[in-house]
Design a protein around this ligand. Structure first.
Ligand code: FES
Length: 346
């Protein structure tokens, strides 16, 4: 069983499970330590150096990489610490494209929050600025955009792709000032092995990865993804009577906060003008709209004409368990055949 250790952060005595980082222990106790590259779902790597703290008797250290210890005394702020953190912050934003007003992440950007909290010296940044890299926008993916001019190289997308999705389609490429996140051969993302799960898009702390059609919903409702039979938790956002967004429910027991491309980007079909909303019956070679009564009567008439072995059913993962039970019951008891299969029989 894991041991609890006691430590003090900014004068408050807290307890944390042995092995927890100082950063996570502090956040769990509502003590804010600025951080950028650390994410609760991922391995800590200590890239951004913004989460510096002072531990009595030691030099300043990154709190995301330092485990708690019994009796530790931690300070999250001091004149020296704030100054070093400020410089680290300035190095992070040095090459960041500052067109915040036109950024889809504006007002939800972690970098903006950090800049406000830590503070930066604009003059010093302008003096250090190198010529812009001006990397072309990668709009090759149908569902998300990749703007590397806004990337701060926190590596969250790289670790997400590797640790959450197991795809490893992106990594740090090039060197020095030209370092960027790229795919093999520096090709557009659509030409990589990316499966468009969007896990990296949801975790990107800045506007480097954003959904292509980002519309803010009026309200959101937690429900179950209607696609396959996994039952992933999805929070569906609606605006003006239409589905405009879907994000993962973090504590869903079935999916643990993950979604695939269908659940994350594919719910637009609900409001699609192409969606069939009335039955169609073929008359004289043309499909024409019909009433439900007309359609059901025609189906019953046709079903009555089938003989042994001529009938089979394909059930659907989009139906509820109860619907699928009724389908197999109908197939077996009414149509008298065991010819039944399912589209999600993986
Ligand atoms: Fe600790 Fe980035 S959050 S180094």
């Amino acid at each position: 069983m894991s041991e609890l250790v006691s430590l003090t952060i900014d004068g408050r005595e807290i307890q944390a499970v042995e092995g927890t980082s100082i950063l996570r222990a502090a956040l769990a106790n509502d003590i804010y330590i600025p951080h950028l590259c650390d994410h609760e779902d991922l391995t800590s790597v200590g890239i951004c150096r913004v989460c510096l703290v002072e531990i009595e008797g030691r030099r300043p250290t990154v709190s995301c990489m330092t485990p708690v210890e019994e009796g530790m005394v931690v300070h999250t702020s001091s004149e020296e610490l704030d100054q070093v953190r400020k410089v680290n912050m300035e190095l992070l934003v040095l090459h960041h494209d500052y067109d915040c007003q036109n950024c889809a992440k504006n007002s939800k950007c972690q970098l903006q929050e950090l800049t406000r909290y830590v503070g930066i010296d604009e003059d010093r940044i302008n003096a250090m600025r190198q010529p812009e890299l001006d990397i072309p926008l990668d709009d090759s993916n149908v569902y998300y955009l990749r703007d590397l001019n806004k990337c701060v190289l926190c590596g969250i997308c790289v670790r997400t792709c590797e640790e959450i999705q197991g795809d490893e389609c992106i990594d740090f490429t090039f060197r020095g000032i030209e370092t960027r996140i790229g795919v093999l051969g520096d090709k557009p993302i659509a030409e990589s092995t990316c499966v468009t799960c969007g896990e990296c898009v949801t975790r990107c702390p800045v506007g480097a990865l954003v959904p292509r059609h980002a519309i803010e919903p009026t309200y959101e409702i937690d429900t179950i993804c209607p696609f396959c039979g996994c039952g992933c938790g999805v929070s569906v956002g609606a605006r003006g009577g239409k589905v405009v967004s879907s994000i993962a429910v973090p504590d869903s027991p079935a999916s643990g906060g993950s979604l695939c491309v269908k659940g994350r980007f594919g719910l637009g079909f609900v409001s699609s003008p192409d969606r069939l909303t009335t039955p169609l019956i073929r008359k004289d070679g043309e499909l024409v709209e019909a009433s439900w009564e007309e359609a059901i009567s025609l189906i019953a008439e046709k079903f009555g004409q089938y003989k042994d072995g001529q009938f089979a059913t394909i059930a659907s993962a989009k139906c509820t368990v109860e619907d699928n039970y009724a389908i197999q019951k109908f197939t077996r008891a009414v149509m008298g055949t065991n010819n039944i299969d399912h589209c999600a029989r993986l």
